[in-house]
Design a protein around this ligand. Structure first.
Ligand SMILES: [Zn+2]
Length: 82
């Protein structure tokens, strides 16, 4: 992926979008944590319709699995303290 500069003149960082419309699509933005310049640019072309259909479902599944794993950890932690 090419290096891009934001409006501050610094090298822009790449982040991943997790919005419903662009799940998993990477974009460039300002690397600063305060007083960001607001630079924004997609690093990848728009996802195909099929990916947009599949990825949100996969994300949901992953979140559900994480939630039940956390629940099991809590149960286990509680039961082992007896
Ligand atoms: Zn900037």
């Amino acid at each position: 992926m090419e290096a891009r500069n934001c409006f501050c003149g610094h090298q822009a960082i790449i982040r991943t979008s997790w919005t419903q419309a662009n799940p998993g699509r990477r974009f460039y933005c300002c690397a600063r944590t305060v007083q960001k310049c607001g630079y924004f640019g997609w690093a990848e072309p728009q996802l195909c319709a099929r990916a947009m259909e599949i990825i949100p479902g996969l994300l949901n599944n992953m979140n559900n699995l994480r939630a039940s794993a956390r629940e099991m950890q809590i149960k286990f932690a509680n039961s082992s303290s007896y």
